[in-house]
Structures are given as C-alpha cells and as structure tokens.
Design a protein around this ligand. Structure first.
Ligand SMILES: [Zn+2]
Length: 495
C-alpha cells in the first residue's frame, strides 16, 4: 500500500498546543505540583491511589471547555463531530466498560494523533481521519484510546506517585477552572509546568501500550470492524517515522510504538477469520470535507479536481463531496451545484449533502431557499444537529424569528444541555426583542461551557431587563442562587 501520511512540519502554534496537551498528560503522571492544594475537599484517599470518578470527569470536562474556548484548532463542525462520536460510541458499546460515558472531539490539526484525557474525553486530530485509509484503521486508533481509559491508565499512572498525584491532579483542575475566569492565571500555571512536562513526551508506558493494543483489538473485533485495521495503520506510521527519523508522527511520541507491538497486532489479526468490512459512506464524506479545508480554496479545488481526474480515490462520492466544499470555499456556486447533482446521481443519501445544498443557498443570500432545504431535510433526519442549527440561522436570516423560536423550543425539550441551541435561542430572543429571555438563554449558553461568571452576569442583566413577568423573574432568581452557590463552592475548592 502506498504511503500517504501528512507528516508534521514545524509550526510554533502547534508546538504550543502540543506542549499544553502533553503537559496535561504529564501532570497526571506525577510531575511537580504547581500550587499547594492543602485544604482541598472531596479528593478521596490519595493513599489508595484512587481518583474519585467525579473529579476525573470534572477535570476532563474542564480540559474540553478550555480547548473549546481558547484553542483555535478546536474543530467546531457538528457534522465531523457527529461522525467521530458515532464511530466512537459504537466502539465504546463494544468496550470493556460500555457504561463509562465517553466524549469525543476533533482538532483541526494535520498531525496524526489522538489523545485520551481524564473522564473519557478523547480528542482526535483531523490528520488522523484524513490519513486513515479505511474506517477500521481510524477505529483501531480510537479503540486503543478508549482502552487507555477503560483500563484506567491515567489513574494507574498517578497511583505510582501517590505523594504528588492528587496535588497535581487538583492543581490541573484548578488551573483549568481558573482559566475560565482569568486567562492569565491559566497561562501562568501552564507555562510553569512546561519545563517538567516537555521531557515527558512519552505519556504512557510500554506496558500500558501493550494492554491498550490487546484490549483495543477485542473492542474492534466485537464492534464488527476489520481487526487488520490497527496493525496496518501502525505499520504505516512506523514506516513513515523511519523515513523522517527526527520528525516522528505525534502519535508515536505519545504512544511509543515498537516492532514487537506491530507484530503482536498482526499475529492477533492472523488468528481471526478474514472479514471484509466496507467503510461507511459518512467516513468518506467526512474525509472529503476535511480535505476541502486544507490550504487555500484554490489549492483545495486543484487538489481534489486532480484526484477526480486521475481517478485516484477509493470512493468517488467522498472526493466529489470534498470538491463541492472546496468550491463553496472558492465561492464558485455553479460548480458546487454541479457536484451536488453528481452526488445525487451516485445515490448519496445523507444529511451532510442536504446541509451543503442549504449552505450554498445561504452563501448566495437566499435564506428562504436555505430554510426550505433544511425544513425538508429535517423531515427525513430530524436529529441531525448541523441541520437543526442551520435551520434556525436560516429562519433568522429570513426574518422569521417566531418560527425559529417555536422550532427551537421543541428541540430543547430533547436537547436541553446543548449550549449551541441556547446560543441560538439568545439570538432568536434578541430578534424578538425579548431581553429577559435573551440574557437567560445566554446565561445557560455560558454555564453549559463551564463559564460561571459570565453566566451570572447574564442572569443579573436578565433581572434588570424590565420585560419579565413575576413567574419568569422567580425562575431567573432561583437559577442565579444556584449558579452563585456553585461558583462559591468552586472558589472554596480553589482556596
Ligand atoms: Zn497508547
């Protein structure tokens, strides 16, 4: 198989984030504590080396909130996120701990990497998705990451250095909690920890790697994917690193890869009966869409047109879908329409295609047309988040806020913890001139992302909005008391 890896080039921004994430991993593996954490409550008995699961979840959640808020490489794309989550959850269901509760997110980063943080939060770089040659290869890496979590490798890493562990863990939690209120505090904490963490590039020990391979293999098999995926992908990674000695893919730096590990994987695969596992259509569409974001719009169009012309592809629809997105970036609307028609002739049936058909109308200022496409598509796939968000935006652009509100309220019965829907609700309320509702919705939008102070500010503005009735104001008061109590509790924990 031809080697097709995008190897990392030096990019100071990437290095900075790399250090940040590595430092999160390194902190938990027992580097120097950043701050004294005496008086911290509810951290469990560190003598046992156990981390209370709630603290682990809280730390994982803070890490994701921090990345989402401050890292420009966080990929805010509900379609790519939904695909990775769907594949991830399929593997979780087949894992050693199906009830654990995982959250997957994607980074816009061409380096081939994936990382597990605390509490089942797993990040996947876009470079991993575009360089995997089959869905089973991508799933193989995800299954490996999931296994690091289900086998409690982060926690076991901490247990080795019991003295510092809980302090480090708490310090990180606090730095991240502080980050949502005061950017300088977090930066100082992260910079302070860098010296120690840069040296611990190897986040997991070789024993943990072997265990994650073995358990991940079982997960992959049970989920009905091709077990050859894992070994094939790691082998290509290793070949690539041999070619570029000092520039090994990030994945190999965080997950030390050895010949022994690869042959173990291949031996295991050989003992399993051969099974052809076709890739899902979504896998190819998502790859196409990610590929369309690389380089300038012109370069992306040229790259994808070349592949199409030379017929260098495993899946035509994926390439055409990528080309359509590249043409949308290039604002060549007739070319987008042409690719959409070609995709329909290829019998592509996906909410992603309908979303694109609506987006091309939006880009041309036809919000009524976009709203109609979204509405029709939502009849077939009512739970597609990208369509939901797009529909509300299109209704707003078409000056139909009352319709948008009715639709949103119905969705929020199902998705009350979706911060994006709360953000849209704030926009809709603003368009309707409802000030109390606008601030109230913004408060939830912030609170759901762990930003308590801005949330409290918004609720105070809601109190003063002057357009709420007695009932609405009591709801705001009650919520404000709740958030203040939560905020005081976090402040107390920081002290
Ligand atoms: Zn690993």
């Amino acid at each position: 198989m031809k080697l097709a890896l995008r190897l990392p080039t030096f990019d100071p921004r990437r290095v900075r984030r790399g250090v940040f994430l590595t430092c999160l991993a390194a902190l938990c593996l027992g580097t120097q504590p950043l701050v004294l954490a005496d008086g911290l409550p509810d951290l469990g008995d560190s003598a046992q080396g156990d981390i209370p699961p709630q603290l682990e979840k809280k730390v994982g959640e803070s890490i994701l909130n921090e990345i989402r808020l401050r890292d420009p490489q966080y990929l805010d794309d509900p379609e790519v996120a939904a695909y990775v989550d769907q594949l991830g959850q399929r593997l979780v269901a087949a894992s050693a701990d199906p009830g654990y509760g995982f959250t997957f997110f994607v980074m816009k980063d061409a380096t081939i990497n994936a990382f597990a943080t605390f509490g089942g939060y797993v990040g996947v770089n876009s470079g991993l998705i575009t360089s995997a040659q089959s869905e089973s290869e991508l799933a193989g890496v995800l299954a490996h990451e999931i296994s690091h979590v289900t086998q409690h490798h982060l926690a076991r890493g901490i247990a080795k250095e019991k003295q510092n562990s809980m302090v480090s863990m708490a310090a990180m939690a606090l730095a991240l909690l502080a980050a949502s209120k005061n950017a300088d505090v977090a930066t100082a904490a992260i910079v302070g920890s860098q010296a120690a963490s840069v040296q611990s590039q190897l986040a997991f020990s070789r024993d943990f790697e072997r265990e994650a391979d073995r358990v991940g293999f079982q997960t992959l098999e049970k989920a009905g994917l091709d077990v050859r995926g894992m070994g094939d992908f790691f082998q290509r990674l290793q070949q690539a690193s041999r070619l570029y000695e000092n520039n090994a893919p990030a994945y190999m730096r965080t997950h030390p890869l050895t010949i022994e590990r690869i042959s173990d994987m291949q031996n295991r695969a050989q003992k399993t009966p051969y099974k052809q596992v076709p890739d899902s259509q979504d896998f190819h569409l998502v790859r196409g869409k990610l590929r369309a974001q690389l380089g300038t719009p012109k370069e992306a169009v040229a790259d994808l047109e070349h592949l199409l012309k030379e017929r260098k592809f495993a899946n035509e629809a994926g390439i055409r879908f990528g080309l359509a997105h590249a043409q949308l970036r290039a604002r060549n609307f007739p070319a987008v329409e042409q690719e959409i028609q070609a995709l329909r002739r290829l019998k592509v049936n996906s909410p992603m295609l309908e979303n694109l058909a609506a987006e091309v109308r939006t880009a041309q200022g036809d919000s009524a047309g976009a709203a109609a496409v979204f509405k029709a598509a939502l009849k077939n796939t009512p739970f597609a988040k990208a369509l939901m968000y797009g529909y509300v935006d299109a209704l707003l652009a078409d000056r139909r806020p009352a319709e948008a509100l009715a639709y949103l309220d119905a969705q929020m019965q199902l998705y009350s913890s979706d911060y994006k829907l709360w953000g849209l609700k704030a926009k809709v309320a603003s368009a309707l001139g409802r000030r109390l509702q606008q601030h109230q919705a913004l408060a939830e939008h912030y609170a759901l992302q762990g930003q308590l102070l801005p949330a409290i500010d918004q609720l105070q503005m809601a109190q003063r909005a002057g357009d709420g009735n007695f009932y609405e104001l009591s709801v705001v008061d009650a919520r404000l008391r709740q958030l203040r109590a939560q905020q005081e509790e976090e402040a107390r924990q920081r002290r």
